[in-house]
Ligand binder design. Structure first.
Ligand code: PXG
Length: 456
């Protein structure tokens, strides 16, 4: 849509009058004005002022194959013309939905056999949440219902998704969490690790799961859910001791392990799925985002053979689903997106080329005076700002430090996200080495700006 056309030049005013934005302080947004993005190509987005930005955040962690892929838009048009909609309820399916399920399973490995489609990552979390309880009930354990999750984890904005998430400021809106969801700590060593080494802290955090299971009773716990690497919470990469211990505990007490792969799935970590990077054996995995690279909304739950067998043979009807579960046009977009990821070997490229190259450039920022740590896996980076490297002291107002760096980058043509005093990067998987250099240089300039302008 051409918003430079005079009739549309007042988009900002119309937006302020009629559009409530997600996760936005509307009074402030209306005063500051919204940025209006009009087009995009490759790793770049453009606004209605003609400004060009390198999108270091792949939209919202999702545009893995980059913008402007006409192969996807062509596939969508073909499907729109052939069959724009049909459902997957009541004994029917469509070709794209079924072929997409097969394709996803081909990359998930033999542990998984089935896929349940949703419209988003939040719906995928609501879906496995019900499925886990239904699974245990069918096995004769109706009391195994509690789900253990983590503080500062993110699992979406629906009632179950936000309850599973560990954001206190989300729980405060809408009387959450719902009953049956409890939270343990997160493996965020830099801020919460105290005097422990990262390895000691990782172990301690994982053992909190065991303590919580024993407190509740293993016979009452259905599942533990966690992102392989926390995304929205700050790209928090757990110490090496964390995941092996979590795996051991889930197995010991027969608790379903759920890996939320909404961000880590589809190549972000240089593996098809985040659990493969860590060698985990989850039972259920919600996915979305990179599944269609955001071209159309679609999510899914990967269901392990263990759970699928019970759902099929013991449960029968799972009274759950969405009008758009397996939407044929969204599925066609996802199929073409996955074909691009395969044909262009984007997962391998992240693993062996751009990921290591990004890691080197990103880690070089750790030497900066205002940086506490700069860590990454694949093309997912987290950079901790600090007021004092030696003591890991934070800025007086951590969120102001992050916003200062983010805004400087934005003014310089780079989109990055800040979570409090952590800078997050997650560029499209097609990013080149030169573009990675540009990203690092612009972020370094933002760090210089913070060092020169904010009291420590
Ligand atoms: N799980 C994870 C791990 C996510 O990152 C969701 C579930 C929910 O997906 P949907 O499609 O319902 O949004 C997400 C989404 C941010 C940000 O500010 C992150 C997400 C969404 C919006 C903002 O980093 N992640």
């Amino acid at each position: 849509m051409n918003v430079n056309n005079p009739a549309r030049s007042n988009i900002g005013a119309i937006d302020a009058a009629h559009h409530l934005h997600p996760f936005s302080d509307m009074k402030k947004l209306n005063a500051d004005g919204t940025r209006i993005i009009t087009r995009a190509e490759g790793v770049h987005i453009f606004d209605n002022q003609g400004r060009k930005y390198l999108d270091g955040f792949a939209g919202l962690w999702c545009v893995n194959v980059g913008y402007g892929r006409t192969e996807i838009t062509d596939a969508v048009m073909r499907q729109m013309n052939e069959l724009p909609y049909y459902n997957t309820f009541f004994g029917t399916t469509t070709e794209p939905a079924t072929l997409l399920a097969e394709k996803i399973i081909s990359h998930a490995g033999p542990r998984f056999s089935h896929v349940f489609f949703t419209g988003s990552g939040s719906e995928a979390n609501d879906t496995w949440f019900r499925m886990a309880r239904v699974y245990w009930k069918a096995l004769g354990h109706p009391e195994k219902t509690v789900v253990i999750s983590r503080r500062n984890g993110y699992h979406g904005s629906t009632v179950a998704g936000a309850s599973l998430g560990g954001m206190k400021w989300m729980h405060e809106q809408g009387n959450l969490p719902i009953p049956g969801i409890v939270h343990i700590g997160q493996p965020y060593w830099y801020v919460e690790g105290g005097d422990l080494s990262p390895e000691e802290f990782g172990l301690k955090c994982a053992q909190e799961l065991e303590e919580k299971i024993l407190e509740i009773g293993a016979d009452k716990v259905a599942a533990f859910v966690a992102e392989p690497i926390q995304g929205a919470g700050g790209v928090i990469i757990p110490p090496a001791t964390y995941w092996p211990e979590i795996s051991r505990i889930c197995k010991k007490y027969d608790i379903l392990l759920v890996n939320d792969e909404v961000i880590c799935g589809f190549g972000r970590l240089g593996s098809w799925f985040g659990h493969q990077h860590y060698g985990l054996e989850p039972d259920l995995c919600p996915v979305a985002k990179g599944l269609s690279s955001g071209y159309l909304p679609i999510g899914a739950v990967l269901v392990s053979k263990r759970v699928a067998d019970v759902m099929i043979n013991e449960v029968g009807d799972f009274n759950h689903g969405f009008t758009y579960s397996g939407h044929p046009v969204c599925a066609a977009a996802a199929l073409e997106n996955l074909r691009i990821i395969e044909d262009e070997k984007l997962v391998e490229r992240v693993k062996t080329d751009t990921g290591p190259y990004f890691a080197k450039g990103w880690a070089s920022l750790a030497e900066h005076e205002v940086v506490g740590e700069a860590v990454s896996v694949g093309l997912m980076g987290g950079l901790q700002l600090t007021a004092d490297k030696a003591t890991r002291r934070r800025y007086a107002k951590p969120e102001d430090a992050g916003v200062a760096v983010r805004n400087h980058c934005l003014a310089n043509g780079l989109v990055l996200r800040a979570t409090n005093d952590r800078m997050l990067a997650s560029p499209p998987l097609i990013i080149t080495r030169d573009q990675i250099d540009e990203m690092i240089a612009k972020l370094r300039a933002g760090l210089d700006h913070l060092r020169d302008t904010m009291a420590r």
